[in-house]
Design a protein around this ligand. Structure first.
Ligand code: FES
Ligand code: FES
Length: 212
């Protein structure tokens, strides 16, 4: 009878034996390590009071609710659009306490007591805001998906320029920024338009800025 050390073992058998041992070790580990229990506790709602388009709103919200979802899902203000939901397109831009904000990037609970203006709060179909009227006049849109964000941004941009807030395109920081095409393009660069209506958008903002 051949001694155990006489049994011929080739490289393939050895590798298979190694794989088998590894798999059985992993199976044993899975059997002995219990899965962490999922936390199924409901998230406590938070009370948030803020003013939206001039109206006082009192909401009970999951603390993870963004301003964008608060507007669209809780207040049925669907004028503000969800494009990327990642702060990349500007479709969700609204004005919060006078400053434009990507509403997909900020949580509603962070804005207790704030004042939010959406495209619905700027004007009405019968009484358009001058910026809304200028977008219509200059064909500043095609599909219109980016338009509410463009208009909110544009209104806030003109306000920034009036306040003398510089941008990356402002050459002279000692004097008031100009209402130049370069300034407007830079300041509006966070608002993407897949239809490419940029030239007409610029014309609309320039007209309103010049008339202001
Ligand atoms: S949806 Fe907010 S930046 Fe695109
Ligand atoms: S009008 Fe279509 S994305 Fe701007």
């Amino acid at each position: 009878m051949a001694a155990p050390h006489d049994i011929p073992i080739n490289r393939r058998d050895l590798l298979l034996a190694g794989v088998g041992a590894t798999v059985s070790t992993q199976v044993a580990a899975q059997q002995t390590t219990p899965e962490p229990a999922l936390d199924m506790q409901p998230t406590a709602l938070h009370s948030v009071q803020l003013r939206v388009n001039g109206e006082l709103r009192d909401l009970q919200l999951d603390p993870r609710t963004t301003v964008l979802d608060m507007l669209r899902e809780h207040l049925a203000l669907s004028g503000t659009k969800k494009g990327c939901d990642h702060g990349q397109c500007g479709a969700c831009t609204v004005i919060v306490d006078g400053r434009r904000l990507n509403s997909c990037l900020t949580l509603a609970v962070m804005h207790q007591g704030s004042s939010v203006t959406t495209v619905e709060g700027l004007g009405t179909p019968r009484r358009l805001h001058p910026m809304q009227a200028a977008f219509v006049k200059h064909d500043g849109f095609q599909c219109g998906y980016c338009t509410p964000g463009q208009i909110c941004s544009a209104v806030a941009v003109l306000d920034e320029i009036r306040q003398g807030i510089p941008s990356h395109a402002t050459a002279d920081l000692t004097s008031a920024p100009l209402l130049s095409a370069q300034e407007l393009r830079e300041r509006m660069s966070g608002n993407i338009c897949r239809c490419g209506a940029y030239a007409n958008i610029l014309d609309a903002i320039t007209e309103v800025g010049g008339a202001a």
